[in-house]
Design a protein around this ligand. Structure first.
Ligand code: 5GP
Ligand code: ZN
Length: 113
């Protein structure tokens, strides 16, 4: 996807602060953090949103959650963390490349607004 911001970040065309990378996914700090820890984990394959997960591409989602669990231990997120994926305009998805926000380091309220 030539015009996708996160595809450009994966390719290094737009700079980012890397948290983790492997052959399937890339994690980097959010440019506008809303918690002391706030990074995004994205598949390297362009998937538009959670609404576009299929039997053919869903394996990367399980992989991303394994990565999040590993990073949560390595980064000492022992008090808990939140994983969020906004899907579609109504949910506030501003970048149309599937991404999982990982937030930690403060208290969170529920239900989310
Ligand atoms: P969404 O609103 O789609 O759920 O989340 C998109 C996230 O991407 C936002 O939290 C926003 O701060 C972050 N973001 C937008 N542009 C950039 C960028 O150029 N670099 C980084 N690191 N994060 C970005
Ligand atoms: Zn993309």
């Amino acid at each position: 996807m030539d015009d996708c911001l996160f595809c450009k970040i994966i390719k290094g065309e737009i700079p980012s602060t890397k948290v983790y990378e492997d052959e399937l996914c890339y994690a980097f700090n959010d440019i506008a953090p809303t918690a002391p820890v706030h990074f995004l984990v994205i598949p390297k394959e362009h998937i538009t949103s959670a609404a576009e997960i299929t039997p053919e591409n869903s394996a990367v989602v399980g992989h991303i959650f394994e990565v999040i669990a590993k990073l949560s231990k390595e980064m000492g997120m022992t008090e808990g963390f939140r994983v969020v994926s906004n899907c579609g305009d109504c949910a506030g998805q501003t970048v149309k490349h599937l991404h999982f926000h990982v937030l930690s380091g403060r208290e969170f309220t529920w239900p989310a607004g």
